[in-house]
Design a protein. Structure first.
Length: 265
């Protein structure tokens, strides 16, 4: 047991539900699940799991996060405010990664928003930094996650300039399923339209087309993926481009083999 919780918690003033979790539960995040027992033991006393609501802001724009966040079933979108006032997604973090590290990537620009509600494991940044100082296995996490976000931002810029609205919508939906480990995505068409910089009516028409083709089924606030292969075929190749070569959990797993538990002194 990591910890028991009761009563309200908050991230940027937005209520969250705390709950009791078992150690195995945090393994839903592929980074935490891939750690050696020694590295896990370093973090375990400080980890808390919370159910984050859609729309919660993990830390404010222009500030440093005081916690490191490892999504378990939630997806965090990194958004930039456009001149129109819309929040455009430049990257996302799900069960393959983590966010909240003290880096200068997008300083003072992005806002991390829980776009798909779910569970997030987190710990104080100071505790993570202290554990990482003498543990190379933990020290590699922040650079891998930062590189992942940078790769996404670059690929999304290319995607927005070269691919159709239909391809981008399908790519985003496939990514959301991958990030949360679920084939049912709790998100409104209005939210997806804003993240992709599209008109709501455009997204509605695309969703209707995919539903008619038997690829998805949707109702207010819920999109269920019925035919994952069909969705991948409808998407642009950007999701495949951002595959294991870039995703933090895969990078860290590949790098961890030469380093055993003894790497954490």
């Amino acid at each position: 047991m990591i910890n028991d919780f009761s009563g309200p918690a908050s991230i940027s003033g937005l209520a969250l539900r705390r709950q009791s979790v078992q150690t195995d539960d945090v393994a839903a995040n592929r980074i935490l699940g891939g750690l050696s027992a020694t590295a896990r033991d370093r973090l375990a006393p400080h980890v808390r799991v919370r159910a984050a609501r859609e729309g919660a802001t993990l830390w404010e724009t222009g500030t440093r996060s005081d916690r490191v966040h490892f999504p378990l079933t939630a997806m965090v979108s990194l958004v930039l405010r456009a001149g129109s006032g819309a929040d455009l997604e430049v990257g996302s973090v799900g069960l393959e990664g983590a966010c909240g590290f003290d880096t200068d990537l997008f300083p003072g620009a992005v806002r991390p928003v829980v776009r798909i509600g779910g569970l997030i494991a987190s710990l104080p940044a100071r505790e993570f930094d202290a554990a990482a100082r003498d543990c190379p296995e933990l020290c590699r996490i922040a650079p891998a996650c930062t590189a992942w976000l940078l790769a996404q931002a670059q690929q999304i810029a290319v995607c927005n300039a070269t691919h159709t609205a239909e391809q981008r919508f399908a790519r985003w939906l496939a990514r959301a399923a991958q990030a949360t480990g679920r084939d049912t995505v709790a998100v409104t068409q209005e939210t997806v339209a804003e993240l992709l910089g599209l008109r709501r009516t455009t997204v509605t028409l695309i969703a209707q087309t995919l539903q008619t083709a038997g690829i998805i089924r949707y109702r207010r606030g819920i999109i269920a993926i019925i035919d994952p292969a069909g969705l991948q075929a409808a998407a642009c190749p950007c999701g495949e481009t951002l595959g294991p070569a870039f995703q933090p959990a895969d990078l860290l797993a590949a790098a961890s083999h030469p380093i055993g538990p003894e790497a954490c002194a």
